[in-house]
Write a protein that binds this ligand. Structure first.
Ligand code: SAH
Length: 365
């Protein structure tokens, strides 16, 4: 890519129309090019045969379609597949494909590392470098779609979860732009129900999301009391539970079929007691929701352990008895570190957090 070239990947329909009108072309060119790129997987302007030769050569000069480089492609024994992608600046991010009987879910990253410091998460330990561009976000879907297609799995990605590295609501504009592209009929045409954004609770952005792109919402709750949540998910100090729960209420208020998914990582002896389950029930009982219990996946250097399966089941049953729809999320891809909270990529950390943690670890040995 030269400085004068615009990477057209990641431009949603509106932005791509502006690109074409700015070069004196009709806005419907945007739709044609989107179909070439995302539906026919064509990345060479020269092969876009319903564009005039002149336009194709203009595009060669002014635009480009640049995907990240695939540096590692790992397959888990359970069929989960994880890619390490190198971005133009050398940072690397991870994307995970989770096949199930009735769907294929792609777990997409939104940032290089993460600014949040949730104590049980691998990404948090990597520190933070920068937000991903919308091109880098949609590229993850393009890479997965294309490689799975080459492996004979046509349109294998049916669901997207913004649950990879990073906090999507702290990279708001690029995430919205990329999600609009996922939903657009001229590209992937996914329904809003099949795209889920997961947040640790950036409250003002939850209200905005409802206006701008109301996809399914998952909230990483992990604790029903402020003191414990302050510890596990420190952004809770800024946006405490009362505010978060109000925002969740608002998110589902006007659409009758919509439900919030509350994610809850099960940490042995920390947030998994019967009493905590009851507090959780009181906190969320008024909200149309379901709870996903996530067995804690081990992360190097983090000293929590997962609740035993017996306690997870017990916790689940207490919620079920109170009429709260609850499932235990199956751990997938942990043999290749692709499970929830295990994504780490290669982050050129700007926060010095990763360095600090490494020093602490050596000091404590
Ligand atoms: N920042 C967003 C997106 C990340 S989603 C969010 O917090 O929602 C990743 C999910 O995996 C979150 O629910 C996160 O809390 C959970 N998670 C993080 N570390 C984990 C671990 N070690 N074991 C199990 N789940 C974990």
């Amino acid at each position: 890519m030269t400085a004068a070239q615009t990477n057209l990947l990641g431009l949603n329909r509106h932005d791509l129309e502006s690109f074409f009108t700015a070069m004196g072309e009709k806005s419907f060119r945007a739709g044609q090019v989107m179909q070439w790129i995302y539906q026919r997987r064509e990345l060479s302007f020269d092969n876009m045969t319903d564009l005039s030769k002149l336009l194709r050569s203009k595009l060669e000069q002014t635009a480009c379609l640049e995907l990240p480089e695939i540096v590692r492609d790992q397959l888990s024994t359970d069929g989960t597949r994880k890619w390490l992608l190198r971005l133009a600046d050398g940072n690397c991010i991870e994307t995970v494909f989770i096949p199930e009987v009735d769907r294929g879910t792609l777990c997409v990253s939104s940032q290089v590392g993460c600014l949040l410091t949730c104590t049980f998460c691998a990404t948090a330990r990597q520190g933070f470098n920068r937000n991903l561009t919308s091109a880098e976000i949609i590229s993850q879907l393009m890479v997965a779609d294309s490689l799975l297609n080459q492996a004979g799995q046509e349109r294998a990605v049916s669901n997207i979860v913004m649950m990879g590295m990073g906090e999507p609501l702290l990279n708001y504009d690029s995430v919205i732009s990329a999600m609009k592209l996922m939903l657009d009929d001229l590209s992937y045409g996914l329904s809003k129900r099949r795209v889920t954004l997961s947040t640790a609770g950036v409250v003002p952005a939850i209200y905005k999301l409802k206006q701008d792109c109301p996809v399914s919402l998952a909230v990483s709750l992990h604790a029903p009391m402020d003191d414990l949540r302050n510890e596990l998910v420190p952004i809770n100090k800024k946006y405490p539970l009362k505010q978060l729960i109000e925002a969740c209420h608002d998110y589902v208020a006007t659409e009758s079929r919509r439900r919030i998914t509350f994610e809850y990582v099960m940490l042995d002896g920390v947030n998994d007691s019967d009493q905590t389950a009851k507090k959780l029930i009181n906190l969320i009982r008024e909200i149309p929701s379901k709870v996903n219990l996530i067995p804690f996946n081990s992360v190097h250097g983090i000293h929590y352990s997962s609740s035993p399966i017996k306690q997870i089941n017990r916790f689940r049953d207490i919620l079920l008895d109170a009429g709260i729809f609850t499932i235990t999320r199956k751990t997938r891809g942990d043999d290749i570190d692709a499970a929830c909270g295990q994504l780490a990529g290669k982050v050129q950390d700007k926060t010095k957090r990763s360095q600090r943690l490494a020093v602490q670890a050596t000091a404590s040995h």
